[in-house]
Design a protein around this ligand. Structure first.
Ligand code: P53
Length: 489
């Protein structure tokens, strides 16, 4: 039972966190290249230069660039994304290892600024196009289906600085051009596409960004989202026109919300948390129109959206074919004073006394995944994919080179078990790609030591290491899971 034949098993990565080669073969920079490394409790910093040559750094979360400053790469700082795990030069070896594990799907992203270094060019960068073609061909050799994210946290920096990025409707045009090139170039090599990674983060994490949870912050966030929804809808329409075999999905940061108490105020707050953080984006992208509660959300923050009749039509014509999400944890919301706050990197809300927490403060809650799957399937009745899931943990390499990551096996096993239960309850789940199947740079903290992989990469938080790859215990375990199509876990 449970996993149907042809269920996709695999792993997931993102260009900016694994490729490295940040300025090779004509690639232009993205904001992720100006980010230093942080830790669980100290933020990653963005470095900048002033017109008079003075330099500085501001925290990514809550910081404000001084007037006239431009983001810049400076001497004396370490930028972990510059080298990532050097997938750019190791992809053949990495894909061979994934094939050895039995992967039938590999989620990766295209770095927009490899294809259009500035973002506003008419002609794409051929070397960038070639790189991904080679990767896709390599995957095809092993019958691994690529699942390709067009935008994973990496708008070209030039667009951010010269057009104000996603605050500007014009950015939609640039994205359209980029998406069209990808769909045309990779016809026959790719079947599954995702538009924007964790599109809902823009609104969901506003409160974490200090001073940004203001009316003005919400106005910008909702407007950015609207332009991304339109760009995403355009991409869906274009993909279908270019190749009827293309399937395009949305990608939501999936967090299961629970009320802290039975106080009706908490129950209502919990529903509102689902609406604002999870359903808002999923509804627009899956149903092609804003949900009723959107009006309430906009009113609460005095948001005035620039939305045209054409936009409304585009949304309706650009509904996604399937729904994908990441799932790492659940969280608790309450109107009551929070005694025990979770804290840490991108974890929010109150601590749940019934759950265990990772070293980075993320709640271990496999049943929350089942809850999420059933809730979402019932809402949209579209095929679902879990495209990120896994445990960020510190791994120890033993003297003989082995890595015993039983905690990771336990995490994945319990989540896979709950996926099976959801499928048995009728959910049409078609794929599982665990996050960071090969160790990579953490998006939240920039650390290497927050590892998710079944393949270990020799690189530390200062950038030392040989980039040598090594199998962890979870490698052999996952191989058996895939071989048995989820029966032996
Ligand atoms: P890291 C926060 C909360 C949940 C998912 O995250 C998140 C984030 C942002 O950090 O992002 C996704 O690396 C994201 C990946 C990221 C992964 O989760 O902070 O799509 O790029 O690496 C794990 O441990």
């Amino acid at each position: 039972m449970s996993f149907k034949e042809g269920f996709y098993w695999g792993g997931a990565t993102a260009a900016n966190q694994c490729e490295g080669a940040w300025n090779e073969d004509g690639r232009g920079p993205a904001e992720t290249d100006m980010l230093t490394a942080g830790s669980n409790h100290s933020p990653r910093m963005l470095t900048y230069q002033m017109p008079d040559g003075t330099t500085g750094a501001i925290p990514r979360t809550g910081g404000k660039l001084p007037e006239g400053a431009k983001l810049a790469v400076l001497d004396g700082y370490y930028y972990p994304n510059h080298d990532g795990i050097d997938f750019y030069h190791h992809y053949k070896e990495d894909i061979a290892l994934m094939a050895e594990m039995g992967f039938t799907m590999f989620r990766m992203s295209i770095s927009w600024s490899r294809i259009f270094p500035r973002g506003d060019e008419i002609e794409p960068n051929q070397k960038g196009i070639e790189f991904y073609r080679n990767v896709f061909k390599e995957l095809k050799k092993y019958n691994i289906e690529p699942l390709v994210t067009l935008h994973h946290f990496d708008t070209p920096l030039y667009l951010e600085e010269n057009y104000d990025g996603w605050n500007n409707r014009k950015t939609i045009e640039f994205f359209d051009r980029y998406a069209k090139v990808c769909f045309e170039e990779y016809k026959g090599l790719v079947k599954y596409w995702l538009t924007f990674n964790e599109i809902n983060n823009t609104v969901m994490f506003l409160e974490l960004f200090g001073d940004k949870a203001t009316k003005e912050g919400y106005q910008r966030a909702y407007q950015q989202l609207h332009y991304q929804f339109i760009a995403s809808a355009h991409a869906v329409k274009m993909a279908h026109a270019i190749d009827p075999d293309y399937h395009v999905g949305c990608m939501i940061c999936g967090i299961t919300f629970y009320p802290g108490t039975s106080d009706p105020k908490d129950i209502l707050l919990n529903r509102h948390a689902w609406e604002k953080n999870i359903f808002y984006c999923g509804d627009v992208q899956s149903k092609g129109k804003y949900p009723t509660f959107a009006k309430r959300l906009w009113k609460e923050q005095d948001v005035q959206l620039d939305i045209t009749k054409q936009d409304e039509q585009d949304l309706m014509e650009g509904c996604v074919d399937f729904y994908t999400f990441s799932y790492y944890m659940s969280t608790v919301v309450t109107t009551h004073a929070i005694e025990d706050k979770v804290g840490g990197n991108f974890s929010m809300g109150a601590k749940n006394p019934y759950l265990k927490y990772s070293d980075w403060g993320w709640a271990f809650d496999p049943e929350g995944l089942k809850y999420y799957l059933e809730m979402i399937y019932d809402r949209y009745e579209k095929p679902l994919m879990v495209v990120e899931n896994g445990l960020g943990a510190v791994d120890k390499v033993e003297e003989d080179g082995s890595i015993h990551d039983d905690y990771r096996i336990e995490y994945m096993r319990d989540h896979i078990k709950e996926m099976g239960n959801a499928i048995d309850n009728g959910v049409d789940l078609i794929a599982y790609t665990s996050w960071g199947c090969i160790d990579l740079v953490s998006a939240g903290t920039g650390e290497m030591k927050k590892r998710y992989g079944m393949i270990y990469v020799d690189k530390d938080d200062e950038g030392n290491g040989t980039f040598e790859r090594r199998k962890k215990d979870s490698f052999e375990w996952y191989k058996k899971v895939i071989q048995s199509n989820g029966k032996i876990i």
